[in-house]
Every structure is written in structure tokens, then in C-alpha cells.
Design a protein around this ligand. Structure first.
Ligand SMILES: *[C@@H]1O[C@H](CO)[C@@H](O)[C@H](O)[C@H]1NC(C)=O
Ligand SMILES: *[C@@H]1O[C@H](CO)[C@@H](O)[C@H](O)[C@H]1NC(C)=O
Length: 201
């Protein structure tokens, strides 16, 4: 009987490992929603069309700014791959000081940065382990209900010492983020994206 209960707890709650500070299902920290993060470098305009309409290139700010690819459920609850409802919206990520054992490293707690959603991290190979929340009752393989893949085209993420940190996240205003250091895209920058035109937002 005891063994059956333990197996149920592991499958249902994905117990946190030593590096993680967020707990529960989905993981939370001090009442805030937690997310896992990774980083990547990409030169395409992405799923919000933040590049010229006649080719697949991206605007320079989508390579060097603070922009993210969001997991499918956050990007578009309906499962769409283009112009999801989160395109051009901004999130504030704040480090918890935690990380997933073997997948990242520690960084100080309480560092915040504002990012614009400009791309999708789909529920597809090779993105399933981080970006799919389908297989585990709404969390990814590491227990998080949300995932953000951070554009690191000019080492803007690793340059801050962020090595796939665990974060809390909340919606915030893009223009306020842009005012901080100019590297979070502003609302008017988003309106130059293909999904930012024709009132789609
Ligand atoms: C910038 O746009 C391209 C379009 O795919 C996307 O692939 C690239 O990942 C974007 N950068 C980010 C972080 O969204
Ligand atoms: C998603 O897949 C792309 C390749 O298609 C890869 O570059 C990227 O790092 C992956 N991101 C995550 C979080 O799995």
C-alpha cells in the first residue's frame, strides 16, 4: 500500500529536485506562477512575424532584444502556430535562485527582466520535454506549467549569468519594460511585426 501511494505522488506531483525552489502542481513560488527557461539563438522572423513580409529574416531587435518563444499553451491556447494571442505581449521574469538539476545553474534570486513574446516553442520534437504541457496534467517534464525559450542571439541572456534559471512570471506592460534599458521591444515596435498589423493583438 505504501508503495502504491508513493508512486501516485511522484506521477501526480513530480517532486521537486534539490535545485528547484518552486513546488506544487503546477510549480509556484511565494504565490507566483513558476516557469522553466532555456535559451537559443535564431535568425528567423518567428511565429509572430517579426521580420520583413517578403522573406524569413527577422528584425534586428528580434535577435538582440529581450524576446522569448513561449510554450504552446501560453502562445495560443487553441494550438495555433502563427499569430498566437500572446504575440506582442510582455512578461516579467524574476529569478527564484533555483534551477533544474543537470539542466542549468544557480543565479541570484530576485533578478527581473521584461521580455516580449515573439515566437512559439511548439508541442513538437525536439521541444517536447520543455515546451509541451500535454503529457503530464498541464506541466512539462520538470513540473512547470509554463516555459520560456529566451533569445540569446548576442549573448544577452548568458551575459547576465542566466543559465536556464527557474523564474516566476507575470504579465506586464511592454512600454514600461522598454523604458528600462531599451532592449525590451516597445508596443510600437511590435506593430511592425506581421501579426502586429491589422489590429491583431
Ligand atoms: C525572432 O523571430 C524568429 C522567428 O522565428 C524566431 O524564430 C526567433 O526565435 C525570434 N526570436 C525570438 C526569441 O522569438
Ligand atoms: C526547440 O527546437 C529548436 C529546434 O527546432 C531548438 O533550436 C530549440 O533550442 C528548442 N527549444 C526548446 C526549449 O526545446
Amino acid at each position: 500500500m505504501r508503495i502504491i501511494i508513493a508512486a501516485f505522488v511522484v506521477a501526480g506531483a513530480l517532486l521537486a529536485d534539490a535545485g528547484q525552489k518552486c513546488t506544487g502542481h503546477p510549480r509556484m513560488y511565494h504565490g507566483k506562477k513558476c516557469a522553466s527557461t532555456t535559451n537559443y539563438a535564431d535568425y528567423h522572423k518567428g511565429a509572430c512575424g517579426c521580420g520583413p513580409s517578403n522573406n524569413d529574416n527577422q528584425f534586428p531587435w528580434n535577435h538582440s532584444g529581450f524576446v522569448v518563444a513561449a510554450n504552446q499553451a501560453l502562445f495560443d491556447a487553441g494550438g495555433g502556430k502563427w499569430c498566437g494571442q500572446s504575440c506582442g505581449k510582455c512578461i516579467k521574469l524574476t529569478t527564484t535562485g533555483g534551477f533544474v538539476d543537470g539542466q542549468g545553474g544557480g543565479v541570484a534570486e530576485g533578478l527581473s527582466k521584461v521580455f516580449m513574446v515573439t515566437n512559439l516553442c511548439p508541442n513538437e520534437y525536439p521541444n517536447l520535454s520543455w515546451c509541451s504541457q500535454q503529457g503530464n496534467n498541464g506541466v512539462n517534464q520538470y513540473g512547470y506549467g509554463w516555459h520560456f525559450d529566451l533569445e540569446n542571439g548576442v549573448n544577452q541572456i548568458t551575459g547576465m549569468g542566466w543559465n536556464n534559471p527557474e523564474v516566476t512570471w507575470e504579465w506586464t506592460d511592454c512600454d514600461a519594460g522598454h523604458a528600462q534599458d531599451g532592449r525590451t521591444p516597445s508596443n510600437s515596435m511590435y506593430h511592425t511585426c506581421q501579426c502586429g498589423q491589422h489590429g491583431k493583438k
